[in-house]
Design a protein around this ligand. Structure first.
Ligand code: KIV
Length: 273
């Protein structure tokens, strides 16, 4: 099982860290077989799987449900669970909820923003915390690049340094300029994972639906490696057609009674029904 120490060593050895979101058992099995380092059981599950309009609708119960499925399919990756919106309003509430996530299979938790008091409390109680700066989907509905001005970039770097001091084990940077992602990755000894934050962070994460082409959208920050939507639609249409035309099931898909038993049954039907 990969640990935070393993992830830190990757940064120190200049090996890129690989991460993907993961929301269910079969995807966990695939990502695990591929050797992905970190599975993000993110609140992006809301818009990508549950049909919600925003990350704000995702609850602790939602995350726990998906986390448990991911845990069952994982044998090597580090599982990072999102603390959903409003689940870490106070240090005590955050710790209760983080403990719940750890109990159900997370190795660490991620929470958004400059929440020094909460993060300090979690770290003091032995929870591995990943910070999340840049675009913060739980509170920013407009998906715009963050940290483009000197002042905004400076603030991002300063907050990142503070979070490192408090003891986060990793930091996610979402949708910031490549230059700022690079500076933060160089200045911090904590592993930095980027999404839409350029080429020079210590690792990358993407939403698995985007790389597989499950969610029909085109994002500049992502790359589509498979066209699941088209392939699935084709398969479902073909199945429908074959059922309608009597092509499926075929001889290959059916089971027969032994001949003797069948004869007895036919006789019985003739005489009794
Ligand atoms: O919620 C999430 O899944 C995330 C990813 C976009 C990294 O934070």
């Amino acid at each position: 099982m990969k640990s935070s120490t393993y992830l830190l060593a990757k940064k120190q050895n200049r090996q890129k860290i690989t991460a993907l979101t993961c929301y269910d058992y079969p995807t966990a099995v695939i990502e695990d077989s591929a050797g992905i380092d970190i599975f993000f059981v993110g609140d992006s599950v809301g818009t990508n799987i549950l049909g919600y309009d925003s990350e704000m609708e995702v609850t602790m119960d939602d995350i726990v449900h998906h986390l448990k499925a991911v845990r069952r399919g994982t044998s090597q990756a580090y599982i990072l669970a999102d603390m959903p919106y409003a689940s870490y309003e106070t240090p005590k509430q955050a710790l209760d909820n983080a403990k719940k996530l750890l109990l159900h299979g997370a190795n660490g938790v991620k929470l958004e923003g400059d929440r020094e008091e909460v993060i300090r409390y979690l770290v003091e109680h032995g929870v591995e915390v990943c910070g999340h700066l840049g675009l913060l989907p739980q509170t920013q509905q407009e998906k715009a690049v963050q940290g483009k001005s000197f002042a905004a970039a400076k603030e991002l770097i300063e907050v990142a340094l503070i979070l490192e001091k408090i003891g986060i084990f990793m930091l996610l940077l979402e949708m910031i300029p490549e230059e700022v992602g690079q500076l933060i990755s160089e200045k911090l000894s904590t592993p930095i994972i980027g999404i839409g934050s350029g080429r020079f962070t210590d690792g990358q994460v993407l939403v698995v639906n985007d790389i597989l082409g499950i969610t029909p959208r085109k994002l500049r920050l992502a790359k589509k490696y498979q066209d699941y939507q088209t392939l699935s639609l084709r398969a479902v249409e073909q199945y429908k057609e074959e059922v309608e035309q009597g092509v499926f099931p075929s001889e290959d898909n059916v089971r027969h009674m032994p001949q003797e038993e069948l004869q007895k049954l036919i006789e019985w039907v003739k005489q009794s029904l």
